[in-house]
Design a binder for this molecule. Structure first.
Ligand code: UTP
Length: 413
């Protein structure tokens, strides 16, 4: 129900967020309405509790953390062909769709525009979106089909992303037939005092709610219904910034089907105990990804009789789920984590502030926090140099330079 301006003011006062209306009078009428509707949509109790938790990590002290079983793709021997046949059959029957999560802000990379439009510097100057589309189209051709592609955007980058695809004729895909776009949810950003920020447009400064928003976004935007209409049963979900992401993997499909589990994830061996990656494990008997900040040194360094790290299966955001698991996860609220980021905003006196260092909290859900909804998950260890070339930072590790070299080496270009 629509609230009156007085009711809204009362609410803002209660939560110490009156400043949100500082620029209200100066806004054109349509923006005033938009601002009020945004404010009415904010769950102030949630934002308040998230702000209060920004200094606290996840508490795992009462949880039972155990290693998770995995299968090494390189050591499947005779079993390889069997799994491949199972997976290939399902792909051929049109049961696989690919989802690319492209709603992130890419703040570390510092590229203006959607991260998927970034050119990693290959001779072809193809963007990440084009590299992924080349791969997916070619894989489909091997099966004589077109593998449906679903792209998650955020409110911030949706228009630019769709325009980019339209300009490039959807790289051979057909909009709303074989390629689909949908937006993820967002949450307000707050400053170090817990005050919600106002952006340059005079409206509430919101940011995408993290890659964990994928499940809710797939369900709310009825993408899961669309998938079911298309006969899809399995959905590969990966990021836009890994230019070696292998979205069509019959072994991954085969292993999920053969083990009769609702999800399968790819892992790569953790380079060393200190590497800053999350690793697959079990938490209270359910699949989980424990972050580098959560794992004790003893656990990080623990090795098995073969000298391998017991917690060494790094999560690379390459996972496969069946539709019913997605529907279940899409209805389960996930915990939010906070990230301290740089955010340009309008201060209480109406001045634009462009920070040079992080100044605001963004709240994000992580995809792997939904794994607790799964009974089990098959983990497939793959080779880092074949499947993982992320573009995260402008320079140094996981940068365009490292990703480009890995891509060139793998595809021999
Ligand atoms: P990252 O966690 O690396 O975040 O995303 P990012 O937004 O790309 O970069 P930074 O942290 O701001 O520098 C991993 C993948 O998840 C997607 C990203 O687009 C990327 O493919 N993602 C992340 C979303 O789709 N939505 C989000 O809200 C966050």
């Amino acid at each position: 129900m629509e609230q009156s301006l007085d009711e809204i003011k009362w609410k803002l006062n209660k939560y110490g967020q009156m400043h949100l209306l500082n620029g209200y009078e100066k806004l054109p009428e349509n923006k005033q309405k938009e601002l009020l509707s945004e404010i009415q949509g904010i769950d102030f109790d949630l934002i308040d509790s998230l702000y209060k938790k920004t200094k606290k990590g996840n508490d795992l002290s009462n949880d039972k953390i155990e290693p998770i079983e995995y299968v090494d793709k390189l050591k499947l021997n005779g079993y390889y062909k069997d799994l491949e046949n199972i997976g290939k059959k399902a792909i051929l029957e049109g049961k696989l769709a690919a989802v690319t999560m492209a709603g992130g802000q890419g703040t570390r990379l510092g590229h203006t525009g959607p991260k998927g439009t970034f050119d990693i510097g290959l001779d072809s100057h193809k963007s990440l979106f084009e590299l992924l589309s080349d791969y997916l189209r070619e894989e489909g051709k091997k099966y004589g089909i077109v593998i449906p592609w679903f792209i998650m955007t955020s409110k911030e980058n949706n228009d630019e992303t769709v325009e980019y695809f339209a300009k490039n004729k959807y790289f051979g895909y057909e909009k709303d037939k074989t390629i689909f776009f949908f937006e993820q949810g967002e949450l307000p950003m707050v400053d170090t005092e817990g005050r919600i920020l106002i952006g340059e447009d005079g409206l509430v400064k919101q940011a995408a709610n993290g890659h964990g928003g994928i499940f809710e976004a797939l369900v709310k935007n009825k993408m899961t219904d669309k998938m079911k209409e298309l006969g899809i049963e399995w959905v590969f979900i990966g990021g836009v910034d890994n230019c070696l992401v292998k979205m069509v993997d019959p072994i991954l499909m085969g292993i999920a089907i053969e083990k009769n589990v609702s999800a399968a994830g790819k892992s790569i061996v953790k380079a060393n105990p200190q590497e800053k990656v999350g690793v697959f494990c079990k938490r209270n008997g359910k699949p989980y990804v424990i972050e580098y900040s959560e794992i004790s040194q003893e656990m990080a360094e623990r090795r098995d009789v073969n000298g391998e790290l017991v917690y060494g299966e790094s999560h690379i955001l390459c996972n496969l789920f069946n539709i019913s698991a997605i529907e279940r996860m899409g209805k389960t609220p996930l915990p939010y984590h906070s990230a301290f980021k740089k955010a340009t905003y309008i201060d209480k006196d109406g001045n634009k502030v462009v920070p040079t260092s992080p100044n605001a909290y963004k709240f994000e859900a992580f995809l792997f926090d939904a794994f607790g909804e799964l009974d089990d998950m098959a983990i497939l260890r793959v080779k880092r140099e074949e499947e993982f070339a992320p573009v995260k930072n402008a320079t140094g590790v996981d940068s365009p330079e490292t990703a480009r070299e890995l891509y060139k080496k793998f595809y021999n270009v």
